[in-house]
Design a protein around this ligand. Structure first.
Ligand SMILES: CC(C)(COP(=O)(O)OP(=O)(O)OC[C@H]1O[C@@H](n2cnc3c(N)ncnc32)[C@H](O)[C@@H]1OP(=O)(O)O)[C@@H](O)C(=O)NCCC(=O)NCCS
Length: 340
């Protein structure tokens, strides 16, 4: 599904991010006694640490099977997605400054919800005191760009003038902490994005978005109802690099741009080695490449918007940014942004 409406582009007027305070280092996983080492994780996936909404002691108890997620939930020891969005929301509003307007629509894209019903966007909006249309559009790790694609369509068609996107991810709640091949990869985090169609809005203009899926691969990365995260790591790694490269080339080509025209490139924060492989194939230099996977692991759909938010103050008028993400589904998506 594609569209190209570079005129009348909505503008991201503010972004914010949040990471919970519990830090899990690679040494922590080595000490969990699951057959991994800090050296393996650093060398093979380039992640040094990640955050979790859980207490480190609760992770140890989960690993030993001495407590369940349900116990933790009953004891009120799990931060809600609404609570995770408070700081990103405050930061995004502050960055938007005078351009801030109450959103007409709030879209949440997340992988580990608090609620089956209602839509988590309603719970987030209520927590933040928003009275607006609120609904979820979930697409695993691709959620942010899929949300941007939907928001852009609503804004450019005149169905809303202001929109907010919330990506709050808690993969740590669905990890099997005995499974070395997955539990070392993920971290929790959240991001908020404000979009406006107001004349003269400053920020990141959303020039183009592309969203694509291959549903035949829906079982390659999965969290079954009530179960743990699982993936076909090698197959997904190949898919992730191939599709990141392909969709980046596609969004560049259809906007008559080359790699050298792009100031910053941000991809899905799954694994640093995969990011380097994609950058090498695309010809992006280290100066063009922005990432946070080394400090925060794979934050699902919150990773790419968190990288944008972390670098918000670095962007200069005229800069062009490509964001390319991949995710379960299988899905892949890209956005072309320009600082205005
Ligand atoms: C999961 C992943 C990190 C594994 O890295 P890899 O270099 O491909 O490693 P392999 O899967 O080939 O496994 C090699 C060995 O390392 C082992 N291994 C996996 N994780 C390990 C860990 N944390 N510590 C030590 N050994 C580990 C495997 O068990 C395997 O051992 P074996 O040969 O005895 O069976 C990697 O495949 C990956 O990142 N895949 C893509 C994930 C992704 O993009 N997900 C996003 C979905 S949206």
């Amino acid at each position: 599904m594609t569209s190209n409406l570079s005129a009348n582009a909505p503008v991201i007027t503010g972004m914010g991010h949040f990471f919970p305070s519990t830090v899990l280092t690679n040494s922590f996983f080595e000490e969990l006694d699951i057959g991994t080492s800090a050296e393996w994780i650093t060398e093979r996936v380039g992640i040094r640490e990640r955050r979790t909404v859980l207490a480190a002691d609760d992770v140890r108890l989960l690993r030993r099977g001495e407590i369940t997620l349900e116990n933790l939930r009953q004891q009120g020891r799990i931060m809600s997605v609404g609570e995770m969005c408070q700081e990103p929301w405050d930061m995004a509003r502050q960055r938007a400054g005078d351009a801030f307007r109450d959103p007409h629509v709030a879209i949440a894209g997340l992988s580990v919800p608090d609620w089956d019903i209602p839509a988590n966007a309603c719970a987030i909006a209520a927590k933040l005191g928003l009275e607006c249309t609120a609904f979820d559009v979930n697409s695993a790790c691709s959620s942010f760009i899929v949300n941007l694609h939907v928001a852009r369509a609503l804004l450019t068609s005149g169905q809303a003038a202001e929109a907010a996107i919330f990506n709050a991810e808690r993969y740590s709640l669905r990890m099997n902490f005995s499974d070395r091949s997955s539990c070392v990869l993920f971290g929790d985090g959240a991001a908020a994005t404000l979009l406006s169609t107001s004349a003269g809005a400053r920020g990141l203009a959303v020039l183009d978005t592309i969203v694509t899926s291959s549903p035949a691969g829906y079982l390659h990365v999965r969290i079954p109802d009530g179960g743990h995260f699982d993936q076909n790591g090698a197959a997904v790694q190949k898919f992730a690099v191939t599709k990141t490269v392909a969709i980046t080339r596609e969004i560049l080509a259809r906007n008559q741009l080359a790699t050298a025209d792009i100031n910053y490139f941000i991809a899905h924060q799954a694994n640093y080695r995969m990011l380097m492989s994609a950058c090498d194939k695309l010809g992006f230099s280290p100066e063009q490449h922005l990432y946070n996977v080394d400090r925060f692991g794979n934050q699902g759909g919150a990773g790419a918007p968190a990288v944008l938010s972390l670098n918000w103050d670095r962007f200069k008028v005229g800069d062009k940014i490509v964001v390319a993400v991949v995710g379960s589904g299988l899905t892949w998506a890209a956005a072309l942004l320009q600082v205005v």
